[in-house]
Each structure stands twice: as structure tokens, then as C-alpha cells.
Design a protein around this ligand. Sequence first.
Ligand SMILES: [Zn+2]
Length: 412
Amino acid sequence: MKHTTSPTAIEEPGDHGRRIGAYRGSDPGPLVICIATLHGNEPAGIEALARVLDVLSENRVRMRGDLVGLCGNLQARSAGTRFIDEDLNRVWQHDRVDAVLESLRAGGAVRDGDGAPMVGSAELAEQRELLAAFQSEHRRARGPIHVLDLHTTSSESAPFTTLGDTLQNRALALRLPVPVVLGLEEQIDGAMLHYFDRLGWANIGIEAGQHAAASSIEVHEEAVWILLEALGLIEAGSAPGGGDRRARLARRAEGLPRVLDVRYRHVVSEEDEFRMHPGFRNFELVEAGQELATDRRGPVRTAFAGRVFLPLYQRQGDDGFFIVRQRARLWLTVSRVLRTIGADRMAGWLPGVRPHSDRGDAVTLARWARNRYVIGYLHLLGFIARSDSGGRVMVRRQEGPGPRPEPPPRAS
Ligand SMILES: [Zn+2]
């Protein structure tokens, strides 16, 4: 059913900066926050959000809840680069976020643990503004909050999602008919989405395809529309041009596994002179021992068979490539059941695993237990490997508070 009149739906214009725009539904409901250009050289998300917001307001689509588009790294976007001083998707460690939040609360400079002002970077300023923006969106929210972080890749790629593997994030990702890639968060420290797990907001990253491809804009549009519908903000078929959006998106990832996880990360630094061999598509199958790149020491081969993932075809970035492999759906089911019955709380009873001395959410592993069986079992229970001052520990992911009660449907 198409609603064409909705007198209280408000289009809120963007401020030509942080806020790309917003559409406030006529009825209360979930808030969907979309973030585009967290990496400045990935503009597809901005264009996609502008199009979705235009269609919503031009057609006065009736909505239950609110959609907001935010720009991630404004300075890098203007410069057309991934980042200016540091990657804005690697700076969301607890301590740093707490320091920035404190500066917002108290005013003045961001100070480190010793009270000294932190050395400013372009991205520190961006992060401060973003955190302020999240706080103000939180204040306006009229229901549970969901965050979509819109990205593109330097290589050609089928669309996929990435997430911290909590049950609520997983449920959100599985609403889209594209592959879900698990385990990236364990390889990458300080990604922005971790912050939303702390707040209990469901969140996923959506990777739409190559940075400059027109199809990347369409993928982000399709994903946002599908999720607005799946989360109950709009009624099925109420947005013009809907039709077979889900089928279109599914076709873009045809033939790929539904769930994969990261088995290997090839880290590079500038001195490595790493050069990926040209022509690898994301998710392309590779064999163990296959040469994928060169660096100053010579050929770079993968030790693992699987699918090459996020091959580096741009100058900035410290991930040369990853290897991912299919994860059985059964694994997802088993892990959901184990976490639901609270088996994760008994992780400290496993042989070789001990509760962490001063972190209630973590365990430490005896040296002999640091093998893929024990670590694999802890992954199943929702633990993630992290380094801290005491060495390598496994930390339980924070599950969100669960969906808040929905407001009662309004008679219409
Ligand atoms: Zn990105």
C-alpha cells in the first residue's frame, strides 16, 4: 500500500557538512543512522543517501521512525583521500573515545590519561564532531537505534557486510541478501563500529563495491531501502522503484557463500613496497602457495587456500590482503544457541582457560591452549582475541540490551 500524504513527515535539510540530511517519520519508531565517507575517498554512500532522502521527501513516504545521514571524514572527503593524518576507522579504542567524550563534556582540548593535551590530528577533530553528532542523534531518537556504516573497496567486489559478531548485529546483517564476513574486527583495532556495541546499538558495515563504480551507489541505496523495510520503518512496497530491490541486490552476490570468516591478514607498511598483482577481484578463489603480490623481499604468496579478500589497490592502508573462507550456517546456529543459554559465562571452566584477574568480561589462555580449537570454541561463544597489557586475552563481546519495546502501531 502506498501512502502519499503524510503531513507530519519532515525533511530536515543537511547543513552542508556533517549532516547529509534526515527524514523524520510521521510516527515514532526506530532511528537508522547511516554514516558515509568515514574514508574520504569513498563517496558512493553520500550520493546514495542523498537519493534515498530525496525519494522519501518527494513522495512524502509514510515512515515510522527516522533516517539520518552523516558524513564521516569531512576533511578527507574534501581532499579526496582515505584520511589526512590517521585512519578514522582505527581510532575508536575505549581510552581514546573516553578522552574525546570527556573533552566534549568539559570543553577544551582532548587530554590523554595523564591530563596532557593530545597531539591534534585532522581525524581527532573529526572524531570529536562525530561523537557530538551521535549524542545529538541519540537525544532525538524515538526508538531503538541502528547504525549502517557505508563503505566501498579499492578492488572490484560483490557487496558484503562486516560486523562485530554479536547476535543483534548478526540479525541485522542477515536481513540483507549478501555475504556476511566475520572476524575482521579481531584483525582491526579501533574500528568505529565497536563504539556502537558499547552503546548497545545494532550496527553493521556495508561494503558496496569499487570506490568509483556507479553500481556501488545503487548497492548502498538498495541496502538502505531493504533495511528501512525490514526494520519496520516503511511498509513493503511503499517506496517508489522498490519492486525487485532484494532480488537485484542478491544477484550482485550470486554464487558467493552466505557467511565467511577471516583466516589470515597480510599486514603491510610503507617500507614493504607492497604491490598487489593486478586484477584480483574481491572473493576470488586462490590456492595455497599462490603468488598474490610482491614486496621488497620478493614474491608474496598465500599460505592458505580460500578467497582473497580486500586486496590493496590504493596507496593508503596497512592491510595488504586477507584470506577468507566459508563458515557453515550450522556454526551460526550452534553459537546462537550457546550464547542464548549463557554458555559464554562458563568459558572460564574450559581446560587451559582462566577468568581474567581484573576484567569480568575476559579470559586468559594457558600457552598450550592457544590453538585453533580452543580459540575457535571461544569464538563460538562470542569471545574476540585482544591484546592488553597482560598479553593476549579473549574478551567477551558486549551484547546489546536487546530490542526496546516497539511503540504500539497507530490506527490509520
Ligand atoms: Zn572504507
